[in-house]
Structures are given as C-alpha cells and as structure tokens.
Design a binder for this molecule. Structure first.
Ligand SMILES: Nc1ncnc2c1ncn2[C@@H]1O[C@H](COP(=O)(O)OP(=O)(O)OP(=O)(O)O)[C@@H](O)[C@H]1O
Ligand SMILES: [Mg+2]
Length: 215
C-alpha cells in the first residue's frame, strides 16, 4: 500500500526530525523500503544522512519547496512508504504536505507552550485540508516517563478530543549520541529502551494504517 506519513508541528525542536528519521530506520530494518523527504530548509535529516552511518542507507530526498508533496506522491506510487519531515514554522510546504498525506504525526513535548503551538498546527490541518483531511495522532516526546506533567498533558489532550498514541518518545540521551554518527537508536542498540520506544510507536502507526486500509 502506498503510504505518505508527514511529521509536522509548527513548534520548533519538538522532535520532528528525530521521529521521522527513527521511524524510517526502524521500518528499513524491518525490510520495508522507506524514503524520507526532507522538506525542511534547515536540512536536519539530510545532514544526518551525510554522517558516517548515513541512516543505514535509507534514501533521503531533499525538497524544501512547495512541490515536496508531489515528490512524495511520486515516490509512494506502487506501494512506497514515504516519510516527510517538515519545518518547525508555518509554511506553505507544511500545508501542502499535510494535504497530500495519508497520516500525520504531531510530536509534542509535555509543556503548555508546546501544546498551544500543536493546536495551531492541527487547526491548520483542519482548515487547509478540507475533505482530504488526513488521519492524525499526537505523540508525546522527550517525556520523563510517568511524570505528572506528561500525565496531565495526556489527559488534557484526550479531553480536548486530540487523539494521542499510547507510546511515548521518552527523553533519552541515545538520540543525540546516535545522531553524532548519522544513526538512530535502532542502529546503535537494537534491543535498547529507545529502540523499543520507536518500535512501539511504529507498531501503533502500522496498526492504525492497517485498520484504515481494511475499512
Ligand atoms: N526523545 C528524545 N530524547 C532526547 N532528546 C531528543 C528526543 N527527541 C529529540 N531530541 C533532541 O531534541 C532536539 C530537537 O529535536 P529535533 O531536531 O528532532 O526537533 P525538530 O522538531 O525537528 O526541530 P526543528 O523544528 O528545529 O526542525 C535534538 O537535539 C534531538 O536530539
Ligand atoms: Mg527538524
């Protein structure tokens, strides 16, 4: 099945590029053939791919133009899995990628400032995409597991009707350490805690997409 997953939120530093690269590498290690589109002019993922481990060879297409979504569509034809990393600010690129996606992941740190900006992103999604509104899920990132604030934000978002993945991207130093080598935790320590977090997130996304496909 052709699938375009966009990782987006207009809050900078919320973990978009980390999430996009980690999911891509995870699915690559599972024998799927994902492609990443780096649609952020900051080129975070392209820079990562230029380091030693080069994301284990996951292809990265750089296109920080409003045509990034066309590239995604082309790459997804015939069953391709495409993951788009978007900029951390409001841009036409993000709007178009959201509209072209099958699924949107919205990473959010467990802090009120980040939640407000996340809600702006979701409003943009609702307004711009019209009938073609993709399914989305929020994902708590850089959390301290079982912290009061994470629990609070989780229940606040749930009450406000924003669907959240059960899994979280817990705060762990291995993300930055792996990035030094152009790797992700799944490449550094396949059975480690961070790799397991990533696997759980990927499994939830797969599950949601499978349900959508069956519907
Ligand atoms: N789960 C995590 N644990 C620890 N550090 C993390 C985690 N996720 C992301 N980081 C770190 O947080 C910083 C910001 O992450 P990242 O670059 O992925 O965010 P971003 O949303 O893509 O930022 P931008 O909006 O600038 O593109 C990076 O230094 C990254 O290593
Ligand atoms: Mg980024």
């Amino acid at each position: 099945m052709s699938t375009i997953i966009t990782v987006a939120t207009m809050k900078g530093g919320s973990g978009k590029s980390t999430l996009a690269s980690c999911l891509a590498v995870h699915w690559h290690l599972e024998g799927r053939h994902p492609t990443i589109i780096d649609a952020d002019p900051q080129r975070s993922i392209a820079r990562l791919a230029a380091r030693d481990r080069a994301l284990d060879g996951v292809p990265v297409v750089e296109d920080a133009t409003e045509y990034a979504c066309n590239a995604a569509h082309r790459l997804s034809l015939g069953g391709g899995l495409v993951i788009i990393d978007t900029p951390g600010f409001r841009s036409e690129i993000t709007t178009k990628c959201l509209t072209a996606s099958d699924f949107v992941l919205v990473p959010v740190k467990a802090s009120p400032f980040d939640v407000d900006r996340m809600i702006d992103t979701l409003n943009m999604l609702t307004k711009s995409a019209g009938d073609r509104r993709p399914m989305f899920r929020c994902l708590l990132t850089q959390t301290t597991r079982d912290s009061v604030i994470a629990k609070h934000i989780r229940s606040e978002l749930g009450a406000a009707g924003f669907p959240l993945l059960e899994s979280e991207m817990t705060n762990r130093v291995i993300y930055a350490e792996a990035a030094l080598w152009g790797a992700t935790p799944s490449l550094m320590e396949r059975a480690g805690a961070a790799a397991r977090d990533i696997a759980a997130i990927a499994a939830e996304v797969d599950n949601i997409l499978a349900i959508r496909q069956a519907a």
